[in-house]
Design a protein around this ligand. Structure first.
Ligand code: PNW
Length: 490
């Protein structure tokens, strides 16, 4: 059973914190109204009313039910069952068992006060064979999830591809190495939109191109575990952005009028080493060049010269028609924001240089997760200013911590609270500067299958005891609930 997010458990802690901060500031003049020691203070970091707060998850990471409801295998089923590919040889066979517990999990969202929820549809639940005849039980499951969300006052945002490619397509045509997969994705996207867009108003085509292509087809660390040469890799990237464009068109053709389409991309987020010219200019140029293969071609309908020049004979082959499809206009852009990439001005033909972090740079439990709160300011600022995007969402932000259950049954993830508080303060800066960020999805609602790290790394607001499937709210869940309730960072 889920635990309620009652204030009682953390009441003492919260009271103590309030007392300390009032005592400290009592001696200082403050622009903010003074609150009595027992009362929470007003926050400087107040969000505009109507700002949407929520959480994100993905099908393979939470659902389980791998062989139920007519679901076909995905490349992640195959990959995770190969010994040595995933930490501890963990698989998503059961995961959080959300396939059976989705009602309980929606109550977790409700206890946080979440207004929006980003979930993903498992392609092989809908088309067990990749394409051909849909499996009616598949769409029924998501239809029930959507109804349950709506009846709890939570708006569903649906991701169509969060990496669980049908194994049938990998076997038949080589997955994203083939344009046939791009075509099949368009058909699948149109079908889901035709069934859910009466109730789901926002669709994301893809989640994080670089993660499933670069880690899956270049480094071999993610499914399908390939290490392609540069020319094949660039063609695979091209097929993936083409699939995105075909899906945008299919959703517009088959979804209800007014259905909004975008994507959830973990763009490289260049941050000027010092917030002054000429580094500011360098960070803008870096954003376009470092995202050339994915977001830039989608937004501009063109591969930037720097990329084509660098790729040389390994550049992808494409037609003008491909570029038109890839750059089909979007209604919004979703950004998955984790780590910063510091850049400085440079005399090279690129106009910028990436500054690699020193070995002392701090990171969270995932070694790649360098802490850079400003990323949550710069990602929306760059995307809004470079491509004039007028509707933005933070589709993921959050972190892994070495969470432990304390003897009193709680999880005191103070590092996650520190991480979130600082990132959200940067997000507040963006919103305060009128950059049109409409909502924020925290990754993740609950601990789940963290891809090649299996269940070894935890990103949830709720701790999941995998032996019992019990969900336990961490300190960060209480923090986030307070943020949502006050619509402010404290
Ligand atoms: C994202 N990296 O993945 C995904 O969208 C989620 O499914 C995932 O659970 C979350 O972030 C946390 O990792 C990434 O190695 C996975 O740089 C790996 C990397 C980045 C993002």
């Amino acid at each position: 059973m889920s635990e309620n997010l009652s204030r009682r458990a953390f009441g003492k802690t919260v009271g103590a914190a309030a007392l300390t901060s009032s005592a400290l500031s009592a001696s200082k003049a403050s622009a903010l109204p003074q609150a009595s020691p027992a009362q929470p203070r007003d926050s400087f970091y107040q969000f505009p009313s109507g700002f949407l707060w929520g959480c994100a998850t993905a099908a393979y990471q939470i659902e389980g039910g791998a062989k139920e409801g007519g679901r076909g295998p995905s490349i992640w089923d195959t990959f995770s069952h190969i010994p040595g590919k995933v930490h501890n040889n963990d698989t998503g066979d059961v995961a959080d068992d959300d396939f059976h517990r989705y009602k309980e999990d929606i109550q977790l969202l409700k206890s946080l006060g979440a207004r929006i929820y980003r979930f993903s549809v498992s392609w092989p639940r809908i088309f067990p064979d990749g394409n051909g005849a849909p499996n009616p039980q598949g769409i029924d499951f998501y239809s029930r999830v959507v109804d349950e969300l709506l009846s709890n006052g939570i708006e569903p945002f649906c991701t169509l591809f969060h990496w669980d490619l049908p194994q049938a397509l990998q076997d038949r045509v080589g997955g994203w190495q083939s344009r046939e997969t791009s075509q099949a994705f368009g058909q699948y996207a149109g079908y889901v939109a035709s069934k859910l867009s009466d109730r789901v108003h926002h669709f994301f085509t893809m989640n994080e191109f670089s993660s499933f292509i670069d880690l899956g087809y270049r480094d071999g660390r993610f499914a399908p575990g390939l290490k392609l040469a540069p020319a094949e890799l660039n063609q695979t990237r091209h097929n993936a952005v083409l699939a995105h464009g075909l899906a945008v068109q299919a959703i517009r053709a088959q979804g209800k009028p007014g259905t909004k389409v975008g994507l959830a991309e973990n763009l490289v987020i260049p941050i000027p080493v010092i917030e002054a010219e000429p580094h500011l200019k360098a960070s803008v140029q870096a954003t376009r060049v470092l995202n050339a293969q994915y977001l830039t071609v989608i937004m501009e309908g063109k591969y930037v010269d720097e990329y084509l020049r660098q790729a040389g004979p390994a550049a992808p082959k494409y037609t003008a028609e491909d570029l038109k499809i890839i750059s089909s206009p979007l209604d919004f852009v979703g950004m998955n924001v984790y780590t910063p990439t510091y850049v400085r001005a440079d005399d090279s033909s690129m106009g910028f240089a990436v500054v690699n972090p020193p070995s002392s740079y701090p990171h969270m439990a995932s070694p790649w997760l360098n802490i850079g709160p400003e990323a949550l300011y710069w990602a929306p600022r760059h995307v809004n200013q470079i491509w004039n995007v007028q509707e933005l969402y933070v589709t993921e932000n959050g972190c892994s911590s070495a969470d432990v259950l304390a003897p009193d049954g709680h999880v005191y993830d103070t590092d996650r609270v520190m991480f979130l508080r600082n990132y959200l303060i940067s997000l507040h800066r963006a919103v305060a500067e009128n950059i049109p960020v409409r909502g924020y999805f925290l990754w993740s609602l609950m601990d789940n299958f963290e891809w090649a790290d299996g269940y070894g790394l935890r990103f949830g607001l709720y701790y999941v005891d995998y032996a019992t499937q019990k969900r336990i709210p961490k300190l960060s869940a209480h923090f986030y609930r307070t943020v949502i309730e006050r619509n402010a960072i404290l």
